[in-house]
Design a protein around this ligand. Sequence first.
Ligand code: AMP
Ligand code: MG
Length: 407
Amino acid sequence: MKKNISFKEASELIMGEANRIKLQSEVIDLYQSLNRVVYNDIKAKISNPQWDNSAMDGFAVRVDDLKQIPATLRIIETIFAGDKPEAKLKKGEAAGIMTGAQIPEGADAVVPVEYTNVEGNFVKIMKKVEKEENIRKSGEDYKKGELLVKKGSKLNPAQIGLIASTGIGKLKVFRNPEVAIIVTGTELTDYKKNLKEGKIYDSNSYSLYAQVLLENCKPFLIKLVKDDKRAIKNSIVRALKKDVLIVSGGISMGKADYVKEVLSDLKGRFIFSKVRQRPGNPFTFLKLNGKPVFLLPGNPVSTEVCFEIYVRPFLQKICGLKNVNQNVINCRIKETIKVKKGKTYFLRVLLKKEEEEVQAFLTGPQGSGIITSMSKADGILIVKEDCEEIKKDCIMPVFPLSWSKFC
Ligand code: AMP
Ligand code: MG
């Protein structure tokens, strides 16, 4: 087991494990596919449009018949969207046509209805049109066999519509992992109860549940687990049915911090313990019965930050996402910040868009118990280990929080 490693090494070890996990798939209804990640490249089953069709309500004509304007043409039929045209258009003929209706053979343009006058079985065309004007050509959108959506893309409503347009109503997606969240701490109290002296309300259950949901995984919550070896062991054994385990609290040096001991007894294979970082120094990662287990320190800010920095990209990867979101925004830091060398700092910052640049401001005191430092934040300013001071007005990369509008 590695101990007290750097932020970079911890990230690499975690993503290395993510790459080794065999991902599973399931077939779902297209209606249920929002934010799901596609398992295979999706190719067009047909060309779109399949047939040349009209972009306007009007008359399908032969451009050669419109050399003299106005031109009077005989109406041979009216074609509605969904109809199959009955006849081929011959010299001197026109067909009434609605938007989306198939262009009849022989026609090579559509004159919009506003430039026409109907007189009995005849139509007077008042305006010239170019060849192919107001015709949507077969395959102009996409051609049969063309790649529509790449494997590993997270589906949005427009992509879902695109897939539907080619006649696909069910599709294979990556199965969303089930994530067990075990929240430990004898001091934790349910919101329905009054706080007894010394106790606190449990907030990590709620923030972690929401963070897991935001990554489209299925949370399975085991909360209010006492700092008791048997209670911890039972909760871990229950959680092992899920794909990923997250434990909050009970992993530091305190006399009631039993989580690691219990996991050692269960023959967990520790990959690393502790990271040179603030907040979240005790953060630990292991595998138990082949399942990845993240141990997050219980301080609410440490929990949320460790999730964002480490667990979120891991979950994205095992959800099948090709592009794991680790984008950073270059921001102008609006105050001088002093830190101690030897640790990576994850400072919570509020971001403001100012003309050409994004400015970053600390969200106030940065202690790991200051929950508001996180709730006010848009992003995390990552200060490298060898840095002691960030000077006001310098440009630094900020990692946007998954729920921020800057993400
Ligand atoms: P621990 O990691 O168990 O040593 O906890 C560190 C700090 O975080 C302590 O002050 C705990 O009371 C607090 N804490 C632990 N778990 C939670 C939780 N679920 N919700 C809010 N605070 C917590
Ligand atoms: Mg505790």
